[in-house]
Design a protein around this ligand. Structure first.
Ligand code: COA
Length: 141
C-alpha cells in the first residue's frame, strides 16, 4: 500500500469511492477536484500495488484549527488499519475538529480510538435530517 499526496489524476477514482461511501451526500466531481487540489487542503490517497484506490483523507485549515473533511476506505480494505494510517498521514499534530454522523458507529469508533472527544451535537445537520456529532482533538496522543 502506498500513501501519497493526492493530485488531479486521482479525481475520478476518489469520486467513485466517494459515491460508494457517501451516497447522496457524496461530493460532486467539481468538489472532489477542489478538495484534492485546492488551497488550504491536505489530501492523501492510498493505492494498492496494482494501482487500485483503497482510501483517501482530506483535511482543511481554518485559522489554527485543522478540520478533517473526509476519510474513506474501500469496503474490501476496511478493518485493516488503513483509515488510521490515512489520518496519521493527513493530520498534523495540533488541534483538529470534525463532524461525524451520529449513526456512523465505525467512524465514531475510529475517531475515539485516535484520541478525539465529543464536544457537541448539531441537530439535523445532514440532508436526511440526522444529527452530527462534533469531535475535537487538542493534540495527537
Ligand atoms: C470509517 C472508515 C473510514 C474506517 O476505515 P477502516 O480502514 O476500516 O478503519 P481502521 O481499520 O483504520 O480502524 C481503526 C479503528 O477504528 C475503529 N473501527 C473502524 N471501523 C469500525 C467498525 N466498523 N466498528 C467498530 N469500530 C471500528 C476500531 O477501533 C479500529 O481499530 P481495530 O480494528 O483495531 O479495532 C470506513 O468504515 C469507511 O470508509 N466508512 C465509510 C465512509 C465514512 O463513514 N467515513 C467517515 C466520515 S467522513
Amino acid at each position: 500500500m502506498i500513501l501519497r499526496p493526492a493530485t488531479g489524476g486521482d479525481v475520478a477514482d476518489v469520486l467513485a469511492l466517494e459515491r460508494e461511501a457517501f451516497g447522496v451526500d457524496a461530493w460532486s466531481e467539481t468538489a472532489v477536484r477542489e478538495e484534492l487540489t485546492g488551497p488550504r487542503r491536505t489530501a492523501v490517497v492510498a493505492r494498492a500495488a496494482d494501482g487500485r484506490l483503497c482510501g483517501y483523507a482530506v483535511t482543511s485549515v481554518a485559522g489554527d484549527v485543522v478540520d478533517l473533511q473526509r476519510v474513506a476506505v474501500a469496503p474490501a480494505h476496511r478493518r485493516q488499519g488503513l483509515a488510521r494510517r490515512l489520518l496519521r498521514e493527513a493530520l498534523p499534530g495540533g488541534p483538529t475538529m470534525l463532524e461525524v454522523g451520529a449513526g456512523n458507529a465505525a467512524a465514531r469508533a475510529l475517531y475515539a480510538a485516535e484520541g478525539f472527544v465529543e464536544i457537541a451535537v448539531r441537530r439535523r445537520y445532514y440532508r436526511d435530517g440526522s444529527d452530527a456529532v462534533v469531535m475535537r482533538r487538542d493534540a495527537r496522543p
